[in-house]
Design a protein around this ligand. Structure first.
Ligand code: SAH
Length: 360
């Protein structure tokens, strides 16, 4: 049976798995057993509490993980690992595994590419080929756990940031299903407090998400102090204006009790002046929030460049003086290239085929 014909088990809820096993004439408790094995990254032939014949049938007819690791590069400076994954239909996505003192954080992709069109973002340059399934999101974590395990440290991914390629809210149902499975006991068991979801600001989905009882940390890619500048950088700002986005954030804070993180990539000559910092502070006054300043990773394809240390400091100082909680995002894996979609682009450029497939 070809891979694409196989039944994908990883993204199923325990209920769906139970229904599947019932359908193939197996007792319901198999669902619980298989759920645990799948999330532990154990292939069918290693599922030792299953009868051998069943393991063989599953191997022939089902898929355990639709994601596999194509290559990895590890930073000598801080242990950060950049990963390229292959999906079963040949598409390529990337991820970053960051090693902090308090644990391992994995940056996940939610789509192959992105259709939001932000001017500074490499992930969107070829548009979006397709959205990822819950199985493909879980599969990235299972793969990363495999790498950590192979390094012999008995470590696991503890925190997830949905900040790889793709717009999570442009793939709403799959992302919500992924989050509901992610936190289940017997599976990966990663709680919502350990998850950050970054969005460019799709207002209706932000409001809907506030009602899902999935209290993740919401990161909002703001990148501008007003509509005029935001529209230059982010086409989505033409659909939802600044006030609507901030209102949706206030609603999220109110419903979940969690502060919102505003991401702000400083782009030289566009959004990085001290006057713009003051304007931003004015807009955010009184909100339970935090600003994360990101020195732009220059995107030569778009003619946008980052800022100097001095410009970052000056911008940060203005926000601090106005009592806005602010940090400068720590740079991880400085010695290994490939931030924000650039690793995948290089792979596609050098290998051609995936690039052609990935194009809409
Ligand atoms: N679509 C989501 C999540 C993916 S992007 C979103 O827009 O939030 C994750 C973060 O990286 C976003 O804040 C995005 O604006 C930022 N980003 C993208 N390209 C960048 C670049 N070249 N330099 C710095 N940050 C960038």
């Amino acid at each position: 049976m070809s891979d694409t014909m196989k039944t994908q088990l990883l993204g199923m809820t325990p209920k769906e798995l139970a229904a599947y096993f019932k359908e193939i004439g197996q007792p319901a408790f198999r669902a619980k057993q298989v759920f645990s094995w799948l999330h532990a990254g154990v292939p069918f032939d290693g599922m030792t509490n299953l009868p051998k014949a069943l393991r063989q049938t599953l191997a022939k007819t089902c898929m355990d993980n639709p994601v596999s690791v194509l290559s990895t590069v590890q930073s000598k400076l801080d242990g950060t690992i950049k990963l390229l994954y292959k999906l079963h239909d040949g598409h390529v996505i990337e991820g970053v595994l960051m090693r902090y003192k308090y644990g391992n954080t994995l940056c996940l992709s939610t789509q192959v590419g992105c259709r939001m069109g932000c001017a500074f973002c490499a992930s969107t340059l070829d548009g979006c080929a397709r959205s990822l399934t819950p199985a493909e999101m879980l599969g990235q974590i299972v793969c990363a756990n495999g790498i950590l395990h192979a390094q012999g440290e008995g470590q696991k991914v503890g925190n997830i940031v949905l900040m790889g390629s793709g717009e999570p809210f442009d793939n709403y149902d799959n992302v919500v299903k992924f989050l509901r499975i992610l936190r289940l006991e017997g599976g990966l068991c990663i709680g919502m407090r350990s998850v950050s979801l970054s969005t460019c600001g799709l207002v209706p989905q932000m409001r809907k998400f506030a009602e899902e009882d999935l209290p993740v940390t919401l990161s909002l890619s703001l990148h501008a102090p007003d509509d005029e500048v935001r529209r230059k950088l982010m086409p989505v700002a033409n659909a939802y204006n600044f006030d609507e986005v901030l209102d949706a954030c206030r609603n999220y804070i109110e419903k979940t009790g969690r502060r919102v993180i505003f991401e702000y990539a400083l782009v030289h000559g566009v959004n990085a002046s001290p006057e713009q910092a003051a304007k931003l502070a004015g807009r955010l006054r009184g909100m339970q929030c935090h600003v994360n300043l990101i020195p732009l990773n220059s995107v030569p394809e778009r003619g946008l460049t980052g800022v100097s240390e001095r410009e970052v400091d000056a911008f940060k100082k203005v926000l601090e003086q106005k009592n806005i909680s602010v940090t400068r995002r720590r740079e991880m894996g400085d010695d290994i290239e490939g931030a924000c979609g650039q690793l995948r682009r290089r792979y596609i450029r050098d290998n051609g085929k995936a690039g052609e497939e990935a194009r809409d």
